[in-house]
Structure formats: structure tokens, C-alpha cells
Design a protein around this ligand. Structure first.
Ligand code: NAD
Length: 385
């Protein structure tokens, strides 16, 4: 069983799909692990560290992928026209691709996996069930991203986060509002609290109230019966009614005007991110305030944020960095690689040391996009040719 790992070539990507720790685990299961040269450099992993762990370093894509049974990636392979190289063209039929695949954003890539004759599994589709927690890449990456977002804000903020009592007088603590209290938002709340800020959080899901309060932050939300049905069976948020949105906007506006920093993390799966901070609300914030819009790649929670830019709106900095997990690449790679190992390990057969999926496993069924070159995921069946 040959497992290949390519260097990530997409813009803003610094992570890698394997670490020396996980190389050792796969090697102990009888796998041959081949890593493309310099794949780990941006995550602070030199080629020698991979070699010491038992991996083979290959000079280029072709050598890395030759005869590979499994390809592990962070982001889906480049297709022809998407970059300097067509990574998918080097995959051999019958190979298994395990990666985040963004099938909603890139349905054409599913046709690419069909043509290439590969079996493709999308890690972001791992169900949020207890058994799959160790494989949950959305959580592992969002957790680190929420932490990093607060550090980005603290770095841009030209004031101190904690209260400081000095001989020259007292500095007031920063006031931080976190919009969206899922995995990223709760970590942002915890991180801002650790830095000494006074923190409040908001979310449409009623379960978030207790979680926000347990971290020592104030929960801010309109009192509405609609919240009781704001959560889907899968634990995600639904889009709210216009009346709810109006009341929420009034509350956010009133709260935000008193804040120094806003961290935006609100997302609705498969839909554009809800607009929670309007230009008028930004205008009410004092100069020097910071907004970090982690939802910027899904359209943004702030009307004024721009993907990949830091916007100056009359003294309010609106940070729209793309790919926040890649800004904390060493740890993000470490957790991502462990998630992949936890996902694959139960399907490595002891007898012949080969990967044989149990297709009836609900985690495999939920993540399986193509099988042997055929689109099989119910949500994408009409994407095929
Ligand atoms: P997400 O990234 O989809 O969304 C982030 C947050 O934004 C969510 O909390 C959502 O409710 C909130 N949001 C959406 N619209 C909003 C609006 N208009 N105003 C304010 N907030 C809004 O969510 P996530 O972080 O992936 O987590 C989703 C859920 O899954 C959470 O309940 C989380 O606790 C749960 N979860 C469960 C497990 C598990 O049991 N294995 C693992 C991870 C997450």
C-alpha cells in the first residue's frame, strides 16, 4: 500500500496532509509513505524529518504519485487550467483520494475524478457524530482558526487587550464581540478571555447560550420563539426569517457600537454567510476598532469586508484574510494529519496491509463522492456526464 502526499500548491495554503508522527503510524501499519520534496516546509517540517520517520522523499509530482494507492491532500488537486500543473492528471485509475474536496464550490472537479477513475472522499463531509470526532477536520481547523483570528485582531489593535493598572494609570480592557458561537467562535471567545478582554457572543442556536456563558462571556441574542427551531437535526444553523434578522440587526448594532473588536464566524452550510454587520454599524464603531471576518470566503458577515484584504473603513480595520487555518499551519497540519489517520486506520486490513473500505460504514458513505470513477454521493448524482 503506497500512500502519497503532495505539496499543496493553491494560493494561501501552507498546510500539509501528513506529519512525521503520522508517517510513523502508517509505516507501522505496513504502508510505504512517499512525500513530495519540500511539501512540509511551510508547516516547518523539513524533508529530513519525514525521512527520519520512515517516509521516502520524491523529487516531483510524477514520482510521488507513480503507483500510489492513496493520495492524501489538504485541498483538492489542481485541475488543468487551475495552476501550473494538472495534479489530477498524474493520478492513476483505482487510486483513492482523501482530501477536503469543496464539491459545492467546484462540482466540475467531481467530473474530473470520474474521468480519472479515482475513488474520492471528502473530509469536510465527515458526519458530526461522536464516533467521528477524531476525524472531524472542520472542527480541528476551525478551532485553530478561531484562536488565530483573535491573535490577528490583537496584533492590529493598537491598544492592549487586558486591563492594565500601571503607575501611569489604568488601561481599560478591550471589549470583544464574537458573532457565531460554533467551533471557531467558542475558541475565539476562550482566546479573547485568556487575553483579558471583556467578551460577549451571539448565535441563533439556543444551545450556544450555555456554551458561551460557560466560557465566561455574555450571551447576546433577541428573545424570540424562532430560536427554538434555528438548529437543524445536524446541529447547524438555519437561515432566519426577515423579522428575526431585523431584530437581531438592531441588537447587534446596539452592542457593536460599544465594542473594540468583532470576530465574525457565522456560517450556514451550503448558503452564503449571513450579513450581520452593515456599513452603518461599522460607522458607529470608534476609530482603531477591528473586525476579523472569518466568513469572508463565503461572502462575509460584514458588508465591507473583502476577501484577502484588510479594509480601512474610516479608521476601522476589517480583516478578510483567506484560509485562517493556514496562518497557523504547523499545528493545523498536525491535527489535520491525525484526523486523516483516524479516518483511514479502521479500514487498513491487518492480513494484507491494504486499504479496503467498509462501504456500509456511515462515515464512509457520507464522505464518498466518487467510487471507482463514478459519482455516487446522493447530493451530487446529477453532476455527472
Ligand atoms: P458553522 O461553522 O457552520 O457556523 C458557525 C456558527 O455560526 C454556528 O454556531 C451557527 O449557529 C452560527 N450562525 C449561523 N447563522 C448565524 C446568524 N445569523 N447569527 C449568529 N450566528 C449564526 O458551525 P460549526 O462551528 O461547524 O458547528 C456547528 C454545530 O456542530 C455546532 O452545534 C457544534 O457544536 C456542532 N459540532 C458537533 C460536533 C460533534 O458532536 N462531533 C463536532 C463539531 C461541531
Amino acid at each position: 500500500m503506497k500512500i502519497a502526499i503532495l505539496k499543496e500548491r493553491r494560493a494561501h495554503e501552507r498546510r500539509v496532509a501528513i506529519t512525521p508522527e503520522v508517517v510513523k503510524k502508517f509505516v507501522s501499519k505496513g504502508a510505504e509513505v512517499v512525500v513530495e520534496a519540500t511539501a512540509g516546509i511551510a508547516s516547518r517540517i523539513p524533508d529530513e524529518a519525514f525521512e527520519q520517520a520512515g517516509a521516502i522523499i520524491a523529487a516531483d509530482i510524477e514520482t510521488t504519485l507513480r503507483g500510489a494507492d492513496i493520495l492524501l491532500k489538504v485541498q483538492r488537486p489542481l485541475l488543468a487550467g487551475e495552476g501550473d500543473v494538472d495534479e489530477l492528471a498524474h493520478l492513476q485509475p483505482g487510486c483513492t483520494l482523501v482530501s477536503q474536496l469543496s464539491p459545492y464550490n467546484a462540482p466540475e472537479s467531481l467530473r474530473g475524478y470520474e474521468r480519472a477513475g479515482v475513488t474520492a472522499l471528502a473530509m469536510e463531509f465527515v458526519p458530526r457524530i461522536t464516533r467521528a470526532q477524531t476525524m472531524d477536520v472542520l472542527s480541528s481547523q476551525a478551532n485553530l482558526a478561531g484562536y488565530r483570528a483573535v491573535l490577528e485582531a490583537a496584533f492590529e489593535y493598537e491598544r492592549a487587550m487586558p486591563m492594565m493598572m500601571t503607575a501611569a494609570g489604568t488601561i481599560a480592557p478591550a471589549k470583544v464581540m464574537v458573532l457565531g458561537a460554533g467551533v471557531a467562535g467558542l475558541q475565539a471567545i476562550a482566546t479573547a478571555r485568556r487575553l483579558g478582554a471583556v467578551v460577549c457572543g451571539t448565535d441563533v442556536r439556543p444551545a450556544a447560550k450555555e456554551q458561551v456563558e460557560s466560557l465566561g462571556a455574555k450571551f447576546v441574542m433577541v428573545d424570540s420563539a424562532e430560536m427554538a427551531s434555528a438548529e437543524t437535526a445536524g446541529g447547524y444553523a438555519k437561515e432566519m426569517s426577515d423579522e428575526f434578522k431585523q431584530r437581531q440587526a438592531e441588537l447587534v448594532a446596539a452592542t457593536l457600537a460599544k465594542q473594540d473588536i468583532a470576530i465574525c464566524t457565522a456560517l450556514i452550510p451550503g448558503k452564503p454567510a449571513p450579513t450581520l454587520i452593515t456599513a452603518a454599524m461599522v460607522a458607529q464603531m470608534r476609530p482603531g476598532s477591528i473586525i476579523v471576518d472569518m466568513a469572508v470566503e463565503q461572502g462575509g458577515n460584514c458588508e465591507l469586508s473583502r476577501s484577502g484584504e484588510v479594509v480601512d473603513a474610516d479608521g476601522v480595520s476589517i480583516i478578510g484574510y483567506q484560509n485562517m487555518p493556514a496562518r497557523i499551519a504547523a499545528d493545523a497540519s498536525a491535527l489535520y494529519a491525525r484526523n486523516l489517520y483516524a479516518f483511514l486506520e479502521p479500514h487498513i486490513q491487518a492480513e494484507d496491509r491494504a486499504l479496503k473500505f467498509n462501504w456500509d460504514d456511515e462515515i464512509i458513505a457520507a464522505t464518498l463522492m466518487t467510487r471507482d470513477g463514478q459519482i455516487v454521493h446522493p447530493q451530487f448524482l446529477d453532476t455527472g456526464e
